[in-house]
Design a protein around this ligand. Structure first.
Ligand SMILES: C[S@@+](CC[C@H](N)C(=O)[O-])C[C@H]1O[C@@H](n2cnc3c(N)ncnc32)[C@H](O)[C@@H]1O
Length: 156
């Protein structure tokens, strides 16, 4: 089977950067966007410590994606994990509690998805809780486990 090489992924909701780190370890050049300065700082330190191919930007992702649509070169993939899933408190790790407290109110994830779909050359991947509705109805396909679902949107 031919597997398309993915070079550049924008993780537009980077948080603590765990997903960005996985993507970088898989060989992607990752641009990680996070709007909370404290989380950006932690992610910058982690990326440097791990010598990971992650460029960390402290910004609101939706306007950034719109502004940099052409100028920065369009990424193959935009990855979104915009919301903390509402799961039982006992299951939430301490680091996630801290991240949740810092992140504040949830973003307009639908607007973020629209901006991402205008930029991504190949696909947009949205991480969701398995019980939550997709952000848009025209999901191309999904990859699902007990704990997480990835909704994949291919270009029209
Ligand atoms: C669920 S966490 C992401 C966790 C991340 N995938 C990880 O592996 O650590 C969501 C993060 O996205 C950030 N975020 C949400 N909407 C954003 C936006 N419009 N622009 C930039 N960051 C955003 C929040 O501040 C929060 O840190």
């Amino acid at each position: 089977m031919h597997r398309r090489q993915i070079n550049h992924v924008i993780d537009a909701t980077a948080g603590l950067g765990r997903d960005a780190m996985v993507l970088a370890q898989l060989g992607c050049a990752v641009t990680a966007i996070e709007r909370v300065p404290a989380l950006c700082f932690l992610l910058q330190v982690a990326a440097k410590e791990c010598d990971a191919a992650i460029k960390v930007l402290c910004a609101e992702a939706e306007p950034w994606l719109r502004e940099h649509n052409v100028a920065a070169g369009r990424p193959e993939v935009v990855y979104l994990d915009p919301m903390f899933a509402a799961i039982g408190k006992a299951q939430v790790k301490k680091e996630m509690q801290a991240c949740r407290a810092l992140a504040g109110a949830p973003t307009d994830a639908h607007a973020l998805l629209t901006a991402a779909r205008e930029v991504a050359q190949d696909r947009v991947v949205v991480k969701r809780h398995p019980r939550h509705e997709p952000l848009a109805s025209d999901v191309s396909f999904e990859v699902k486990s007990d704990r997480v679902r990835f909704d994949v949107y291919l270009p029209a």
